[in-house]
Structures are given as structure tokens and as C-alpha cells.
Design a protein around this ligand. Structure first.
Ligand code: IPE
Ligand code: IPE
Ligand code: MG
Length: 228
């Protein structure tokens, strides 16, 4: 794409796996499998297009309320995903971070995650943040608590620099697939001035062309930040 303004930090709410599967007469886990497969091509295309940092909403702090079988399958897929992509991430100069609460995750998943974060910590070209057991409100509360513990003043700047995505900066564009028009607790603080892009396309069907459409839409926005 020529002559387009590329957002530096993009967040994606990867929604619609369940409905995608149900429309094919399959169970929801089938949709999650294809949803997980879709991550790789979108990550590659986003970075190729000039996006510097990508934050993907993989599992919300509220998603634990789903049936146990679905949660177990999602955790299994996440572990498989991390194992598979760590090598690729490391060799393509992408820094991986998993954001969200760790306490609820299994020990073996935490091990895979910390391994990926450790191996990619010196990578500089791109940031890939996977939001897992993530909630924007929980993140803000955690940051404020840390600031209090450290005896630091609570200001907009100190909160911003304590956020899980601090190195990626504020989020310029939030994309939500799957047709719902809400944020579902995603990047609440760093998204204060995000441009929002909603599409009915379900996550497993969201391909390179759909991402281009979102980037083009962003390119046409007038970001005023309160000014005239
Ligand atoms: C998004 O797809 C994946 C997660 C929330 C983990 P959903 O599972 O929410 O799919 P729908 O919205 O029910 O179609
Ligand atoms: C948001 O999708 C979370 C992820 C995509 C990981 P949900 O399907 O959980 O959101 P709600 O429940 O429709 O708001
Ligand atoms: Mg959903």
C-alpha cells in the first residue's frame, strides 16, 4: 500500500472464532484452532506493512467463566502457539511479551512464556504483545498498586510508564473482528485516544486484505487529540 500513514502500535481483539465454527456445524474449539492458525499470517503482514508493535487479545481475564473444556482447549492452543512461534519470533527480531495476570496460569504455560520472553528480550525491530488473562481495569489497578508500593506519585505519566505495553507506546489503532462494538476490557488506559475499527469479519477469516482495509481506514482518520 502506497501513501498510507501506518499506525505504530495496533491492538487486535481477535473475536468470532466460536461463531465461525458454529456456522460450519463444528464445535467452538474447532474455531479456536483456526483462530490460532490465523495469528501468524496477520502478525507477518502487520510487521511487513510497517506496524512497529502489535498487541493481540488472546484470552481475557473474564474468559475463565467459559465452560472448562473450552478454557482447557484455549490454554492448550496457547501453549502450542508459543512453542511453535518462539523460534520464529526470536529469529525475526521480534520482542515477545505476554501481558496480563500470571497467577492463574499453569506452571508449564508460564515456563514456555518466560522462555520466549527471555530469548527475545534483546530483539528491537518489532514488539509482539500477547494479552493472556488480560483485563485493562486489572492492569491499571496493578500499576497503581506498584506505584504506591514504590512510594511514587500517581500521575498520568507514571501510570503510562508502568503499563504492560509501555515500550510499545499508546495504541494508535484498535481493530475488533467479529461484529461486536465494544472494547471488552482491552487496553483501556493506553487506548484513550485510539482510533477504533470494527468489522463483521470473523477472526479466522480476517486475512491480509482485511488488515489492509483497517490500515487504510486509519490512514484516512483525522486525529485531533482535542485540538481543532
Ligand atoms: C474469540 O472468539 C476468542 C476468545 C475470546 C478466546 P470467541 O470465542 O469469543 O468467538 P465468538 O465471539 O463466540 O464467536
Ligand atoms: C474479547 O472477546 C476477548 C478476546 C477476543 C480474547 P469476548 O468474546 O470474550 O468478548 P465479549 O464477551 O463478547 O465482550
Ligand atoms: Mg466472542
Amino acid at each position: 500500500m502506497d501513501n498510507v500513514k501506518i499506525p505504530s502500535h495496533v491492538g487486535i481483539i481477535m473475536d468470532g472464532n466460536g461463531r465461525w465454527a458454529e456456522a460450519k456445524g463444528k464445535n467452538r474449539s474447532y474455531g479456536h484452532k483456526f483462530g490460532a492458525k490465523n495469528v501468524d499470517r496477520i502478525v507477518s503482514h502487520a510487521f511487513k506493512s510497517g506496524v512497529k508493535s502489535l498487541t493481540l487479545y488472546a484470552f481475557s481475564a473474564e474468559n475463565w467463566a467459559r465452560p472448562k473444556a473450552e478454557v482447557d482447549e484455549l490454554m492448550r492452543l496457547l501453549k502450542e502457539y508459543f512453542k511453535k512461534f518462539i523460534k520464529k519470533v526470536v529469529s525475526s527480531d521480534v520482542r515477545l511479551r505476554v501481558i496480563g495476570g500470571r497467577d492463574e496460569l499453569s506452571a508449564d504455560l508460564i515456563k514456555v512464556i518466560t522462555d520466549g520472553e527471555e530469548k527475545s528480550k534483546d530483539n528491537k525491530t518489532n514488539n509482539l504483545n500477547i494479552a493472556l488473562n488480560y483485563g485493562g481495569r486489572q492492569e491499571i489497578a496493578r500499576v497503581v498498586n506498584n506505584l504506591i508500593k514504590e512510594g511514587k506519585e500517581i500521575t498520568d505519566q507514571t501510570i503510562l510508564s508502568g503499563l504492560d505495553t509501555a515500550d510499545s507506546g499508546e495504541v494508535d489503532l484498535i481493530i475488533r473482528t467479529g461484529g461486536e462494538l465494544r472494547l471488552s476490557n482491552f487496553l483501556l488506559y493506553q487506548g484513550a485516544y485510539s482510533e477504533l475499527y470494527f468489522t463483521d469479519v470473523l477472526w479466522p477469516d480476517f486475512d491480509e486484505i482485511e488488515l489492509d482495509k483497517a490500515l487504510e481506514s486509519f490512514s484516512n482518520r483525522k486525529r485531533r487529540f482535542g485540538k481543532v
